[in-house]
Design a protein around this ligand. Structure first.
Ligand code: PLP
Length: 398
């Protein structure tokens, strides 16, 4: 059977998303026509600055920020290059403003943007505590509560996990952190645009987001820093971003991120109804058609678009290669760990048996996916799994 769509069928939206056509239209003029530097004195450049400020408001609106200072300026959003930069900046800042506190508390299932940086800090003498999760990927809150103390500079726990889609109790964790005077940062790269947010009434101090996960271009991100939270920049240079992130602004990226944020706000209902219904349909039908599969994560508390399915006794990578022959794009867990033979650190932390962890495939949907695409996947995948299992020495259901 051939791919009837004559284009890729894209179920890998947690890795990256298509730039929305409306976003592309909004940023296009800023490449070849309105290309001035927003910091320039002349009008040609200066006229770009209000567009950056508009984007800042659009992002603040998506996050539900209390987004203006007493002078009516939106000050809680700092634009930068990506989610990784946001995470690094937040962690560095918290450690710098509180140098006597040498402890960092993170979860075991953080993205490498947090986890690998924490490991690096541990090599430099910081105490890093990693909070474990249970078999469904839920955080051990008692462990976390015991771990935070007056030595803790920062607690960093992601809002939603990129592999399982699990959503974490970030408000509760922020409150625990504050009891001991620690700051709380959340990597919300996967959560922003998928679940509603109300930062105005939140206790979160800092939040990371990334443009390319919400239909903006790659190479742009933002860090939310609550007004009143002390902050030290990572990139020190010019006075851009009110001195909080040096470097000429990625104007097209920022304008694209602003437009994408505006769109994401208007589509959040759709994410949680139509996209979720498609994901649920995918899972229900998959379970009916293929034996011995397991859906990883917390069924009660997951992003509406994510499904991490283990096909026991076979390799996720082999499944991906055969799906790719039909133009179907998915992922074997985090795109960042692909290429390594180790199963993902998230599934290992959850204690998923190796036979299931190796066979994990992540399908992550977006508002651009259709029921017809899911039906095509459901038509081709049972045969792929049966074929691979017939070669597997571990599969004894022949
Ligand atoms: N945090 C999470 C949860 C992610 O899923 C990703 C990307 O996959 C990142 C951080 C890194 O974002 P970026 O690719 O923008 O650096």
């Amino acid at each position: 059977m051939n791919n009837p769509f004559n284009r890729p069928i894209y179920f890998d939206n947690n890795a990256t998303t298509a730039c929305a056509p409306e976003v592309f239209e909004a940023l296009k003029p800023f490449f070849c026509n309105r290309y001035g530097n927003p910091s320039s004195i002349h009008n040609f450049g200066g006229f770009v600055m209000p567009e950056i400020e508009k984007a800042r408001w659009q992002v603040a609106e998506l996050l539900g920020c209390d987004n203006s200072d007493p002078n009516g300026r939106c000050t809680e959003i700092i634009f930068n290059s990506c989610g990784t930069e946001s995470d690094s900046t937040a962690i560095r800042s918290a450690l710098k403003i509180n140098p006597s506190r040498r402890k960092l508390v993170v979860s075991k299932i953080e993205h490498p943007a947090v986890l690998n940086f924490a490991h690096e800090l541990a090599k430099h003498g910081f105490q890093v505590v990693e909070v474990p999760v249970d078999a469904k990927g839920r955080l051990d809150m008692d462990f976390l509560t015991d771990a935070v103390d007056h030595e803790t500079a920062l607690v960093s726990v992601m809002w939603a996990n990129n592999e399982t889609g699990n959503i974490y109790p970030v408000e509760e964790i922020a409150e625990i952190s504050h009891r001991f005077g620690a700051l709380f940062h959340t990597d919300a790269v996967q959560a922003v645009g998928k679940i509603p947010m109300n930062m105005k009434d939140s206790k979160i101090d800092m939040l990371s987001l990334s443009g390319h996960k919400l239909h903006a271009p790659k190479g742009v991100g933002a860090l939310f820093v609550r007004r009143g939270v002390r902050f030290r920049p990572f990139l020190i240079g010019g006075h851009q971003e009110r001195g909080r992130r040096g470097g000429t602004e990625n104007v097209t990226g920022i304008i694209g991120l602003g437009k994408a944020a505006e769109l994401a706000k208007s589509y959040i209902e759709i994410e949680n109804s139509e996209v979720k219904a498609l994901r649920d349909y995918l899972e229900t039908e998959m379970q009916k058609r293929i034996p011995k599969i397991r859906i990883n994560g917390d069924p009660e508390n997951r992003l509406p678009n994510t499904s991490l399915i283990s096909y026991e006794f076979i390799e996720g990578e082999s499944i991906l290669m055969l799906l790719d022959q039909y133009g179907i794009c998915a992922s074997s867990g985090s795109a960042c760990t692909t290429g390594s033979l180790e199963p993902s650190h998230v599934l290992r932390a959850m204690g998923v048996p190796y036979t299931a962890a190796h066979g994990a495939v992540r399908f992550s949907l977006s508002r651009y996916n259709t029921r017809q695409e899911i039906d095509f996947l459901l038509e081709v995948i049972p045969e792929i799994i049966a074929k691979l299992r017939s070669y597997s020495p571990y599969w004894n259901d022949k």
